[in-house]
Design a protein around this ligand. Structure first.
Ligand SMILES: [Zn+2]
Length: 178
C-alpha cells in the first residue's frame, strides 16, 4: 500500500492506532485546513466544538445574570470554579443557567457564589427544568404539526415558565446558615 494513502487524523480522541487514516480504505473527511480526519472523528470533533461554544455562551449568560441580579462585585474566579465543578460532574450549563434564572425569578436568597450550591440539587428546580424541557419538546412537535399552518406562534417562547410554588425564603435562610 502506498505510504501516500496514510494520513494522520488530528482528532485528539481518535480511536485508531497511531491516528492513521488510510484514505484508500477508511471513510474520511478532508478539513478546510487540508488535514485528513476519519469521518467519524470529524463529526465528533465538530459536535464537541459546537458543545464548547454553547457552554461558553451559557457561562457568559450566567455571569451576566449574576452581575445584574445577584451582585456586581462577585469574585468571578470563585464563581467560574464552582460552575466548572458542576460541568465536570456532567451537569449541563443549560441547567445551571436555568437554576440561576429560577433563583432570580423566585427571589430566592443568594448573596455569594457558594450559596448557589444549595440550589443546584433542589428537587423543585430540577422538576421545573424537566417540565420546561418537556414543554420544549411538546412545542417542537406541535410546531412540526403546524408547519403548514399560517397561524402565528406565541412570542413568549423564551420566557421561563415556573410552575412551582415560590419557596418560603425562611427555609432557604435556614439552609444557608447551617
Ligand atoms: Zn480518527
Amino acid at each position: 500500500m502506498a505510504k501516500a494513502d496514510i494520513k494522520i487524523c488530528p482528532y485528539v480522541k481518535c480511536p485508531f492506532p497511531d491516528h492513521e487514516v488510510d484514505i484508500s480504505v477508511h471513510p474520511y473527511v478532508r478539513a478546510k485546513n487540508g488535514r485528513y480526519y476519519h469521518e467519524q472523528c470529524f463529526d465528533e470533533e465538530q459536535k464537541a466544538k459546537k458543545r464548547t461554544l454553547e457552554e461558553k455562551a451559557d457561562i457568559a449568560l450566567f455571569l451576566d445574570l449574576w452581575n445584574k441580579h445577584i451582585s456586581n462585585t462577585v469574585n468571578y474566579g470563585v464563581l467560574r470554579k464552582i460552575l466548572n465543578e458542576y460541568i465536570m460532574r456532567g451537569v449541563s450549563t443549560d441547567y445551571l443557567v436555568f437554576c440561576l434564572q429560577y433563583i432570580v425569578a423566585n427571589r430566592c436568597i443568594l448573596n455569594y457564589p457558594n450559596g448557589f450550591k444549595y440550589y443546584v440539587d433542589r428537587r423543585e428546580i430540577k422538576d421545573a427544568y424537566e417540565k420546561k424541557q418537556m414543554q420544549k419538546q411538546a412545542k417542537a412537535i406541535d410546531e412540526q404539526l403546524k408547519k403548514q399552518s399560517s397561524q402565528p406562534i406565541g412570542s413568549d417562547s423564551n420566557a421561563p415558565h415556573f410552575a412551582v410554588q415560590k419557596q418560603q425564603s425562611q427555609g432557604f435562610e435556614r439552609i444557608l446558615n447551617k
